[in-house]
Design a protein around this ligand. Structure first.
Ligand code: PBG
Ligand code: ZN
Length: 326
């Protein structure tokens, strides 16, 4: 056997196998997506998202306390209004007494060291279920969309969010939000994480169930990116760097590892997030249930791919499991 043929000597031990990775998953890389609803005492299991629930603000201490004790360091909040009046501009999104603003304040006081990010979008709060404000013909009206989204982001920052994360995919919103954060004294108090390369994916189904945010007509293909559009994703990432994003995100994660690698090359000096979305999580659970693999092994393998591609922050519903497993 030639000397140059032998690799196995280098990874024969569990420890030397670990040395083959540039970076390993740590608890600080995990951000846990949670759903907050407007019934303050709710804890409603979400059938399509195994083990995940919609929570009322009164339940947050009991739900998150044990996770914080295990090392949970950050969450991203999604509002799920069940009993409010939705309208054309998503008025309930930043209601002072709505679930997100109440949850930010509650979490800041309960867990002073917990990092609180807020998803910013209108689809959970508009009567049509789209992520922006529409023209009469149902197309996106960019200017008022961006204004409204920036207003919501600012109000989350005012309530105490450490990070605002617009997921709407409207053109120009990063610049507009950054400007309004700066002009209102939050330039140095609130991080802007952009869902920069967010694709029009089939993997958001369970989330839309959970959040009640499916569009009432049409689809999101005129603002979320076409799945085969690698060049467009690169342009979106470049744009958001220029417009002032502090953190970039690629979403979903597993079918888009090439885009994560592109983002790491385009913006090597920014933290890079990826979102292992609801459908990816449900799919991994379904495979495990069908006996295809062990849930734990597959969860780690999925995240190893994201780290290899260059992600430094991972939004995942597996966060409570990883806190247990790590
Ligand atoms: C809202 C939003 C969505 C997700 C995050 N923010 C759904 C969508 O765009 O339809 C998906 C998250 C997931 O599937 O876990 N704009
Ligand atoms: Zn949306």
């Amino acid at each position: 056997m030639d000397i140059s043929s032998i690799l196995q000597g280098g990874y024969q031990h569990p420890l030397s196998r670990q040395w083959q990775s540039k970076r390993q998953l740590t608890k600080s890389m995990l951000m846990y997506p949670i759903f907050i609803t407007d019934d303050p005492d709710a804890s409603q299991l979400i059938p399509t998202l195994p083990g995940q629930s919609r929570w009322g603000v009164n339940k947050l201490e009991g739900f998150l306390g044990p996770l914080v004790a295990k090392g949970l360091q950050s969450v991203i909040l999604f509002g799920v209004p069940m009993s409010c009046e939705k309208d054309f501009r998503g008025t309930p999104a930043d209601d002072e007494n709505g679930p997100v603003i109440l949850a930010i304040k509650k979490l800041r006081s309960l867990f002073p060291d917990l990092y609180i990010a807020c998803d910013v979008c209108l689809c959970e709060y508009t009567d049509h279920g789209h992520c922006g404000v529409l023209h009469k013909d149902g197309t996106i009206n960019t200017e008022p969309s961006v204004e409204r989204i920036a207003e919501v982001a600012l109000n989350y920052a005012r309530a105490g969010a450490h990070c605002v994360a617009p997921s709407d995919m409207m053109d120009g919103r990063i610049k507009y939000i950054k400007r309004s954060l700066i002009d209102n004294g939050f330039g140095n108090k609130c991080t802007l994480m952009s869902y920069s390369a967010k694709f029009a994916s089939s993997l958001y189904g369970p989330f839309r169930d959970a959040a009640g945010s499916a569009p009432s007509f049409g689809n999101r293909k005129c603002y979320q990116l076409p799945p085969a559009g690698r060049g467009l994703a690169r342009r979106a990432l470049q744009r958001d760097v220029v417009e002032g994003a502090d953190i970039l995100m690629v979403k979903p994660a597993m079918p888009y590892l090439d885009i994560i690698a592109d983002a790491a090359q385009i913006a090597p000096d920014h933290p890079l997030a990826c979102y292992q979305v609801s459908g990816e999580f449900a799919m991994i659970h379904a495979g495990a249930k069908a006996g295809v693999y062990s849930l734990r092994d597959m969860a780690f393998e999925s995240v190893d791919g994201m780290l290899r591609a260059g992600a430094t922050l991972i939004l995942t519903y597996f966060t409570p499991d990883f806190l247990e497993w790590l």
